[in-house]
Design a protein around this ligand. Structure first.
Ligand code: PA5
Length: 425
């Protein structure tokens, strides 16, 4: 199978003038060169860049061993974490749907009392529970309180010694979470110092829960390396990550305000959430950037599709198209008259493909700037490529916008208000 990811652009309204994209890519060549070489300005945040630093083959083998122990013992595994610390593994687990191994649950990504109560009740229904609390500095409220509740739940159920064998935590060496693990013999995994939450898929943070779910993290990291090699080798004009970053910047300059990621496989829903987080939290600063939104089709065509076709023309659309024919369900003949006979014998896969092509045609004919990523399949190798691709292009995109890709000062505003209400100060 050809596992190349391609990017194309359809611009029926000639929003860009001929050669404009290539000119701007050429101008941006120094940005690409800095990112490839490793920019000293961001040396504290780019531990993911080489893949090998934060996800070496030895580390992957170690995580696979740890995961095998969990898989041998667990009926259910709870990943505790929020934002960048849980999105990437959840995206892969939802997309690759492993059929065996423990049931995967998530906590610490909400403060809803109902959700927490339901999780505890759900866990009662399983014989063997394991948890992993992922928190970079262990200061974030959501994972902090979920970990306390779930830790106590395990201790009550299994006793302190047995519970400790079932508790994993992933944090920065030297953090209070690390100390907690040392004091109580929990297994400690590494949240690399030089990797931030939304870039942490290339580390224990993203890879360990995936391995517990039964995903081949050797393939995920092989995909990351494959994409790294490609992006480091391609020149500015043809570089698929720079072209994407430049296109987004040009379209922002021409007045577009939103980028919609559209796809026709709902198992990419959580991957899309990860994409939203990656771009929104990295770029949404200093009053700039495209606002990332999602259309999970064909369902959302019956909702936001109306706005896209006839609402304010401020949206660019990025299609994620899957080439592999990965399932087949044919429409059977039906003697009862239901007026769907024109579809008899056709496959769901082909009908979905017709919906995708029809949507692309209708939206591009309206004049919406349409980008399309064609991906070979929804598999571990491809997801690995996509993870590396989007974080690298997001970094380039931030550089073109002139914002720091690696901080998120804006998220402190609501926390400040909340902490006052909770009496923290
Ligand atoms: O991308 C980020 O840095 C954030 O989304 C963090 O991952 C999120 O806020 C959770 O942080 P922490 O792991 O420190 O609890």
């Amino acid at each position: 199978m050809d596992n190349t990811i391609t990017l194309s652009f359809v611009d029926k309204k000639n929003i860009l003038s001929p050669g404009e994209l290539e000119d701007r890519c050429r101008q941006a060549a120094p940005v690409l060169a800095r990112a490839v070489a490793g920019d000293p300005r961001y040396q504290d945040f780019t531990g993911w860049r080489t893949v090998d630093e934060s996800a070496s083959p030895e580390r992957v083998a170690f995580l696979q061993e740890q995961a095998a122990r969990v898989r041998a013992g667990a009926d259910v595994f709870v990943t505790i974490g929020i934002g960048g610390s849980n999105q990437s593994s959840r995206a892969a687990i939802k997309a690759l749907r492993p059929k065996d191994g423990p049931v995967m649950l998530w906590a610490g990504n909400t403060i809803s009392a109902r959700e927490m109560a339901d999780t505890l009740e759900t866990l009662d229904g399983y014989r063997s529970v394991y948890i992993d609390c992922i928190a970079k500095n262990f200061e974030t409220l959501e994972p902090g309180i979920a970990f306390r509740v779930l830790r106590q739940y395990l201790e009550k159920r299994y006793g302190e010694t047995e519970a400790a064998k079932r508790i994993f935590a992933t944090g920065t060496p030297g953090s209070t979470l690390h100390q907690l693990c040392k004091d109580h013999s929990y297994t400690f995994l590494t949240f690399p110092e030089r990797v931030g939450g939304r870039f942490s898929v290339i580390s224990d943070v993203g890879l360990f829960p995936m391995a517990v779910a039964g995903i081949d993290i050797g393939e995920i990291t092989a995909g990351m390396r494959q994409m790294r090699d490609r992006l480091f080798a391609e020149g500015a004009e043809e570089n698929i990550a720079l072209r994407y970053a430049v296109l987004r910047k040009l379209l922002l300059e021409k007045g577009y305000a939103l980028e919609m990621l559209s796809f026709f496989e709902p198992r990419l829903d959580f991957f899309a959430k990860w994409w939203v987080q990656t771009f929104a939290e990295s770029e949404g600063k200093e009053d700039t950037a495209l606002y990332p939104i999602v259309s999970s089709n064909s369902e959302d065509l019956h909702a936001v599709g109306q706005y896209v076709q006839q609402g304010r023309p401020v949206i660019i659309e990025t299609f994620l198209t899957v080439r592999e024919r990965d399932a087949s369900v044919r429409i059977p003949p039906e003697p009862k008259k239901d007026y769907f006979d024109y579809l008899t014998g056709k496959d769901f896969w082909d009908i979905n493909e017709a919906a995708r092509k029809g949507t692309f045609a209708a939206h591009s004919q309206r004049g919406i700037p349409c980008l399309e990523f064609s991906i070979p399949a929804i598999d571990a190798r491809t997801l690995g490529q996509l993870y590396y691709y989007f974080i690298f292009s997001c970094y380039l995109s931030c550089e073109l916008l002139g914002v720091n890709p690696f901080d998120q000062p804006g998220v402190e505003a609501y926390k400040h208000q909340m902490f006052q209400l909770l009496g923290k100060y």
